[in-house]
Design a protein around this ligand. Structure first.
Ligand code: ATP
Length: 228
């Protein structure tokens, strides 16, 4: 079943148009990666889905319900958990306080997040601002999971993190996938993202220009669309 259906959305920042027709679908249990060079509209697509920069045209449906006109907190409550670019957490709250602040009933409890990210489990009483970048990203993912989302959205999942920590994040994403979690992910680490994705959606100048299975995203297409 299609969980998220995005059709022909057009989004603006004031008078300036950023999206010119983005289409994408995420099915139950599916991992989809949104790709494209810098400035092509990946973050704007995510902001449109989550209601932070609502689309002016087109349609977004989640679990069969239209999202247009809903504020971000209502969209989140329908079951979309966002890990934004820059991994925002409450800096002066402890790890545990950050996690429980967003909690909603479901299988993702403090204990479940601790077993996914043992490093967080060791730092429950530390203030979020004292964590490393990688630990803050684990916390941001943990916070999103504590809402027990039907769809997890990760914008720049591993950007700016040390290679060893990136591996921990990818391991966690693979575990979530194996557990049946639907995920929409943006990341520039091609090998990892293509290894975990069921499907890829490529944006160019604010428009979906290609979608398909990772094995069909040939080197030629990667060169053409992603400049690799
Ligand atoms: P990156 O990989 O660099 O994060 P992206 O694919 O996520 O890029 P977006 O950040 O969605 O791209 O940007 C799409 C377009 O919208 C770009 O032309 C960008 O300059 C513009 N844009 C993004 N944020 C704003 C904003 N707050 N105000 C005006 N224009 C913006």
């Amino acid at each position: 079943m299609t969980l998220l259906h995005v059709s022909a959305i057009e989004t603006f920042y004031g008078p300036s148009q950023a999206l010119f027709g983005v289409d994408l679908n995420v099915g139950e249990g599916e991992v989809v990666t949104l790709m494209g060079r810098n400035g092509m509209g990946k973050t704007t697509t995510i902001r449109s889905i989550c209601g932070m920069t609502p689309a002016r045209m087109g349609r977004i449906e989640f679990a069969g319900a239209a999202l247009s006109g809903l504020p971000p907190h209502r969209i989140a409550r329908l079951g979309i958990g966002l890990v934004p670019e820059g991994r925002r957490c409450f800096p002066n709250l402890t790890v545990q306080e950050n996690l429980v602040a967003s909690a909603r009933a479901g299988k993702w409890t403090l204990g479940a997040v601790k077993s996914l990210f043992p490093r967080l489990g060791e730092r429950l009483r530390q203030h979020a601002k004292t964590l490393s970048g990688g630990e803050q990203q684990m916390l941001a993912i943990g916070r999103a999971l504590m809402t027990n989302p039907r769809l997890l959205i990760l914008d720049e999942a591993t950007e700016g993190l040390a290679p060893i920590i990136r591996q921990d994040i990818w391991d966690a994403i693979r575990k979530l996938k194996a557990d049946g979690q639907a995920i929409l992910v943006v990341d520039k680490t091609m090998d990892e993202v293509l290894g975990v994705a069921d499907r890829c959606v490529v944006l160019e100048k604010g428009k979906t220009v290609w979608s398909g299975r990772p094995q069909n995203l040939t080197e030629e297409l990667q060169g053409k669309f992603l400049g690799l």
